[in-house]
Design a protein around this ligand. Structure first.
Ligand SMILES: [Zn+2]
Ligand SMILES: [Zn+2]
Length: 254
């Protein structure tokens, strides 16, 4: 299984870092995970045409994570050299169907087709959910501590390789639970200190998370510009767990 960071940035424009977006590839299948503005173009640069994707998983509905969904559905519809004839399934937190229906109200036929549909599997916001993704990857989710509908995501390959993506979240026991002993924890570290709204993690929160979960490796993503990465990494180093700042096009696999 390969887990690629398409966009390691935030909603703040950054020449080097796209909005949140990731790709899970296994057994010939490619599933998008989140996808803010610019995801389609960045995927193409990686050699992946969105019209060939096998579906999408969404951690939550903030625009830096879902901004390219309408453009992707539009692209599926207007594909000229690669017209799509199969469904584009989505896995996301409860409430996503209503969100998608709102998009249909706005865009209608521009993002829908007689040849394919977008079946949505809604994952629980009150406990654990599990689903099987194309390619045989198992998806496990737990509710995150962020905006409504937010999830933590764990991907497990048929061979047992595990990657957790925190999504956006404040301090969360669910995240520590889901990422206990995993091969790679890709976690947000949005803010430099303590988030007064408890909806994002700072370096001390990430250090506490790593102490609790003991993943084999950690990758930081979603740092706002005022969060100095060197200072953040220095504060997390005491955990003894290998930790780095992720970058666009970086991947892990196993
Ligand atoms: Zn968010
Ligand atoms: Zn975000």
């Amino acid at each position: 299984m390969r887990f690629t960071i398409i966009g390691s940035g935030t909603l703040v424009p950054d020449a080097e870092r796209g909005s949140a977006g990731f790709l899970v590839q296994e057994g010939g299948a490619s599933v998008l995970v989140d996808g803010g503005s610019g995801t389609m173009q960045r995927l193409k640069r990686l050699g992946v045409d969105v019209r060939a994707l096998d579906g999408g998983v969404y951690s939550h509905r903030h625009i830096d994570h879902v901004g390219d969904l309408a453009p992707i559905l539009f692209a599926l519809k207007v594909g000229v050299d690669m017209p799509r004839t199969r469904d584009y399934p989505i896995w996301a937190g409860e409430g996503f169907v209503a969100f998608l229906n709102g998009m249909y109200d706005v865009y209608g036929k521009w993002i829908s087709s007689d040849r394919w549909s977008v079946p949505v599997v809604e994952m629980s916001l009150s406990g654990a959910s599990t689903a099987m993704l194309p390619g045989g990857v198992r998806l496990d989710t737990l509710p995150a501590n962020h905006t409504a509908g937010a999830l933590h995501l764990r991907f497990t390959s048929p061979a047992g390789y595990t990657v957790v993506f925190s999504g956006d979240t404040g301090p969360s026991e669910n995240l520590a639970r889901l990422s206990a002993g995993v091969d790679v924890l890709v976690t947000e570290c949005a803010v430099p200190g303590k988030d007064p709204w408890d909806s994002h993690l700072g370096p001390e929160d990430v250090a506490a998370l790593l102490d609790a979960a003991r993943p084999k490796r950690a990758i930081l993503t979603h740092l706002y510009p005022d969060n100095d990465p060197a200072a953040a990494l220095a504060r997390i180093a005491r955990t003894g767990i290998p930790v780095e700042r992720g970058f666009d096009d970086q991947f892990v696999e196993g």
